[in-house]
Design a protein around this ligand. Structure first.
Ligand code: COI
Length: 363
């Protein structure tokens, strides 16, 4: 697909950009451009993508009746662009994000976008906003592809007009400041997903549904919320915005199995692979809150960590619940999460060998 280009006439000044890149935080600042591709259904009922373009970043003009504003027909992705020492820019397993995006699209009755167009859209935004790719430790340009239903109508049916877009935001630590163990709150009042629902789709509604629980978490001094599956022995599901892992005292790495409720995290699958490469036993299975309590009590739980594109790998120091606090023990020696985090970031930033061929050059 050919992209037309309209460059921003009012990009942020070099000084403004430098100030932002000095302390990017997460998700607060946006680059100068956006990528857009439209999709419409023609008179014969055939849908098609057209008018791929790079535009100046700015507000979206939309009819107030647009379906996304009423029924939340929306999906998104998150991936990062990393600056290597020679200033080339790379991304990590974009074909996995493209595949997940299309899986989410099918679930939300949105059109699929060919993988090559998804990846080319990332190349286009990085080409336009290359100066925005940070080079600091643990920093990257967070890319946020998304798709919204823009047709103006109030009947509940799939939209016949859709807009695919990419925005970009320089990113440091998701939780702000230095990397340190976070406290998480156990939500028992709310569930994130139900069987047959949209749990494994990356759609805005899942995240909207996590917010009331996230408020509860913050009221208890926690950074994130953990959801359980009340219909499955209170199995650990995932956090509000990331997957969760456990390392047992014997070194076994455990993460909840992909059971339809859980997001198919690209970082999740990479962590599993890097753990296997280290010769660790890896289990994708049900991990209940009862097992968590038992393992804390008998000393067989060594580590808990969260992972996602935004969070990379962040250790979880404790789980607070309405009745108790499950404290993760202090690691003896180098924790598993730390070694895997360093290797993952090393591969992504080009300082360690990419043995699995996970990197794709964008610029
Ligand atoms: C990501 O890790 O990329 C996410 O999408 C999590 C969150 C920022 C929504």
């Amino acid at each position: 697909m050919e992209f037309s280009q309209q460059f921003s006439t009012s990009p942020k000044s070099e000084a403004e950009r430098a100030a932002i890149l000095a302390d990017p935080g997460f998700g607060d600042y946006f680059t100068d451009h956006t990528v857009v591709i439209d999709w419409t259904v023609d008179a014969a009922g055939e849908g098609g993508w057209h008018d791929a373009r790079v535009e100046p970043y700015g507000p979206i003009m939309m009819d107030p009746a647009a379906a996304v504003l009423h029924y939340g027909q929306e999906i998104f992705e998150g991936l990062k662009a990393y600056r290597h020492a020679d200033s080339s820019v790379w991304t990590f397993r974009p074909e996995a994000n493209a595949a997940r995006f299309n899986k989410s699209a099918v679930r939300l009755a949105l059109p699929e976008l060919p993988e090559e167009d998804f990846i080319e859209s990332l190349r286009q935004i990085v080409a336009a906003d290359r100066a925005w790719v940070p080079s600091g430790d643990g920093e990257a340009l967070y890319l946020r592809p998304f798709m919204i239903a823009t047709e103006a109508f109030l009947g509940v049916r799939p939209s016949r007009e859709v807009s695919y877009r990419v925005i970009a935001s320089p990113a440091g630590n998701y939780f702000g400041g230095e990397l340190k163990p976070v406290s998480i709150w156990l939500s028992e009042r709310y569930a994130r997903a139900g069987h047959g629902g949209t749990g494994e789709a990356k759609c805005g509604g899942n995240y909207a549904a996590s917010l009331a629980a996230q408020i509860e978490a913050e009221q208890h001094g926690c950074k994130q919320v953990l959801f359980l599956d009340p219909t499955n022995d209170h199995a650990v599901d995932e956090l509000g915005g990331m997957n969760v892992f456990f390392v047992l005292a014997d070194g076994t790495v455990v993460t909840p199995e992909l059971n339809g409720n859980i997001l198919h995290g690209v970082t999740r699958s990479s962590v599993l692979q890097l753990a296997r490469d280290r010769g660790l036993v890896v289990e994708e299975r049900k991990f209940t809150i009862a097992e968590w309590r038992e393992r804390v009590a008998d000393g067989t739980l060594a580590e808990v960590f969260a992972c996602g594109t935004a969070a990379v790998i962040t250790p979880i120091g404790e789980l607070k619940t309405a009745v108790d606090t499950l404290v993760t023990p202090t690691a003896q020696g180098e924790p598993v999460w730390k070694g895997i985090r360093e290797q993952l970031l090393g591969i992504q930033t080009g300082t360690m060998e990419d043995t699995h061929g996970w990197l794709t050059r964008l610029a």
